[in-house]
Design a protein around this ligand. Sequence first.
Ligand SMILES: Cc1cc2nc3c(=O)[nH]c(=O)nc-3n(C[C@H](O)[C@H](O)[C@H](O)COP(=O)(O)OP(=O)(O)OC[C@H]3O[C@@H](n4cnc5c(N)ncnc54)[C@H](O)[C@@H]3O)c2cc1C
Length: 353
Amino acid sequence: MRTFDIVVIGAGPAGAVFAKSISKEFSVACIDKKSDDEGSFKKPCGGLLAPDGQKALSELGLNLPKSVLVDPQIFSVRTIDLDSGMTRHYQRMYINCDRHRFDRWLMSGIEENVTLFCGTVTKIEKQDKRYIITFIENKKEQKLSAKFIVGADGAKSGVRKFLNPDYRCRQYLSIQQWFEDKHPKPFYSCIFDSENTDCYSWAVSKDGLFIFGGAYPLKSGKEAFLRQKKKLCKKGFVFGEPIKTEACLVLRPQKSSDFYFGKENAFLIGEAAGLISPSSLEGISSAIISGKALAEAFNTKKNIRREYENSIRPLKRKLLFKNFKCPFLYQPFLRNLVMKSGISSIKVSEKNQ
Ligand SMILES: Cc1cc2nc3c(=O)[nH]c(=O)nc-3n(C[C@H](O)[C@H](O)[C@H](O)COP(=O)(O)OP(=O)(O)OC[C@H]3O[C@@H](n4cnc5c(N)ncnc54)[C@H](O)[C@@H]3O)c2cc1C
């Protein structure tokens, strides 16, 4: 069995940034199930990099390559309130990316002190203060041993389940479908519809395709998604036959205990730790920030947990604070007042919509 100082499970933005930022003095293995192969796992995502994510990349000294971008870049979001029937446009500074290419680009900068494995982790155990990680690579079972483990395996984290089976956080079923874009013009949209979800839905044009997705209650998600599509047809959305349907869990933290950073020599980063915005479900920036923060905590060689939890506290506070913004977005009466007032909205002439 190969042994390492640290085994990272998951190489999304959190795990990839951790693996890029960890000192070469550590021997590190990083396991992720995705690859460049056709049919490989692709994280369902809107692929919009918000200003906080842009800032987090700048702090790593990273410039986004053209190969990650998709066409077109759009600077406003058409916000549709299906409860009141009102539509407004708001300026937004997202970067429209191909999420899979974004993840693969982040992984490409991982240095040779980190051994990358393409496989699916199936089991984690603890034996005599070391962690034993079992994974399947090319249909073959392998085991690694490590002094530390880092769970960067997203919303449905197996590492979190191993460490804290009682962890509970508000969760939604996120469903996305991809279509050929048949709208007269590409656009971004954000949809509120309290009949179908107390969260929100989105539409994003990407390289001639059109993604429609949303976060729905776990039990009735599929029906809510289909009902909402029907309502949006009346608002001019054109769906047609889906090219691809994807679904996954998404967390929506509400209280301090929804953030969990692990215990003993096991650490959680990114959405595995509950780090995602409860107001916008934007999670790429928190993943990058926490991946960097944990690597820096290891690099100090002091008390890793204390260093990590201290440096992540402002992010945790910021995400908790976003819950105060939620009623103005998700409470139909307050949202209606805000949209009616026109505060911060921009005028887009009807001819150009
Ligand atoms: C539909 C949808 C749309 C979203 N849109 C946006 C958006 O536009 N902008 C934004 O900022 N955020 C968005 N988010 C949130 C964002 O995608 C996540 O918060 C972010 O990806 C979290 O990053 P992460 O690195 O923590 O985890 P992830 O990106 O989920 O990465 C986890 C990694 O772990 C790997 N993994 C998991 N389990 C195993 C296993 N057992 N074995 C091996 N590997 C494993 C996976 O392959 C994956 O690469 C969206 C979320 C959803 C669900």
